[in-house]
Unconditional design. Sequence first.
Length: 255
Amino acid sequence: MGSLQGKRALITGAGGAIGRAAALLFAREGAKVAAVDIALDAAEAAVAEINAMEGRAWAIPADVADEASAERAVARAAELMGGVDILFNNAGIMPHEDRSFEDAEAAQWDRILGVNLRGTVHFSKYATPHILAAGGGAIVNMSSFLAVLGCSYPQDAYTASKGAIAALTRSMAVQLGPHGVRVNALAPGPILTAHVEKFFPDEEARRIRLARYPLGRFGSTTDVAELACFLASERSAWITGQVIVLDGGASCNYL
């Protein structure tokens, strides 16, 4: 029996690399999955893969930055699954154009904060009543290791959004803990997706970055999905309010 057997999980950004890996793993562990993404075709591809392995999943379109869209998506997920036990606020953006606060454009900050921070707030707001109605459950947010350390290659709007999510996670955990809802956040370092690959334009840039990692490799989508699954399951029953860094040891490497 899987660690999420009988659970009903809503995953935002489920059509992306990390979200898809999480959706597949959650389904293999026994959960029904509501795969939410602004790109419906990507969510449908994840759902097709889950259904092919005899899991149960549904694709739901939503713009996480839009509160009304988020409210509709949560209501639809609860209707299709018969409720919600787990929310994984995975959806997020990290535009390559994001740079320093010194030359930031307000529209860029609004876009990044809208998806990353407000998206997390919107889905938490509307999913929490369903999780409470289920008798408790888990919310897993997506922060970043940039919330706990700086970077010489600034991505300040992204960093600010992820720092806010870390703080929000702790506040949510205090508020919801007495009602049986655990709230934690993942804080990954670079996960090797096609998007992140573009930050390393040549082999030397890749080598310099990789030299920071004691474990000698970048993270994989599976690394993130496995930790999200653990935090969503009863295996982490006494863990809440934590922002857990998974970065191959980069944040503890002074030189």
